[in-house]
Design a protein around this ligand. Structure first.
Ligand SMILES: C[S@@+](CC[C@H](N)C(=O)[O-])C[C@H]1O[C@@H](n2cnc3c(N)ncnc32)[C@H](O)[C@@H]1O
Length: 208
């Protein structure tokens, strides 16, 4: 099953499934970007809109993109402080935004499904205005080395979604190669679980 089909199926239960990765991502995104304000935010892989309400608080304008129509349907059904623009698009193709038009690009739990990390960073750099920021929160590669990936239950069966491993150095190199400066790298554990590999990794890159 394609990644797109998998998320179309998962959409109905994505919000209600037990999912520590989803929940921790929501927490750290709010922690790391608290107090920031952006004129224009481009949210990549919006899913069911878990983080969109927060982005609507810190951004004057939010454009949220996903290639799963069912995920977008879930996201559009929620109410937000201001109305984000939801766009159905495959982010491995051209992005639905003008060059240098965005002040924050966000990726939450999407890059494991993107094979060409370098190309993705180049597109993020092109979308951002000078000084704009690229925020990333993803499943930590250390977890991927242990075989963890996005997985959901449907009709009593477990389904794994196609995922690519991106090493920590891949993110750093992709950022440098595209013309970003790395402003932050964070590693995040489940509460009281710091003796195990971190669950999430976060980055904040700045366009220079
Ligand atoms: C694990 S969900 C994360 C959703 C949301 N960002 C969150 O943190 O809850 C990954 C999302 O990325 C989307 N996605 C994956 N590959 C994509 C692509 N090539 N183009 C657009 N969306 C994509 C999926 O449809 C899915 O909604």
């Amino acid at each position: 099953m394609s990644v797109q089909q998998a998320y179309n199926t998962w959409a109905a239960t994505y919000n209600t499934d037990t999912n520590a990765t989803r929940d921790l991502d929501g927490q750290i995104t709010r922690t790391l970007l608290a107090g920031q304000h952006y004129h224009s935010i481009l949210e990549l892989g919006v899913g069911t809109g878990k983080n969109t309400s927060f982005f609507a608080q810190i951004g004057d304008r939010v454009v949220s993109v996903d290639f799963s129509s069912e995920m977008i349907k879930q996201a559009s059904a929620k109410s937000y402080g201001k109305t984000p623009l939801f766009i159905l698009a495959d982010l491995t193709n051209d992005w639905p935004c003008a060059e240098s038009s965005v002040n924050l690009v966000t990726c939450n739990l999407i890059l494991e499904h993107i094979a060409d990390l370098d190309g993705f960073f180049v597109k993020a750099h092109a979308a951002l205005a000078m000084g704009g920021q690229f925020f990333i929160s993803e499943l930590h590669p250390f977890k991927q080395y242990q075989g963890k990936k996005a997985v959901y239950q449907h009709q009593g069966e477990k389904h794994e979604i196609l995922a690519f491993v991106h090493h920590v150095s891949d993110f750093v190199k992709a950022g440098e190669g595209a013309g970003f400066t790395l402003r932050h790298l964070g590693e995040w554990w489940d509460e009281a679980d710091r003796q195990t590999p971190p669950r999430l990794i976060s980055f904040l890159f700045e366009k220079r």
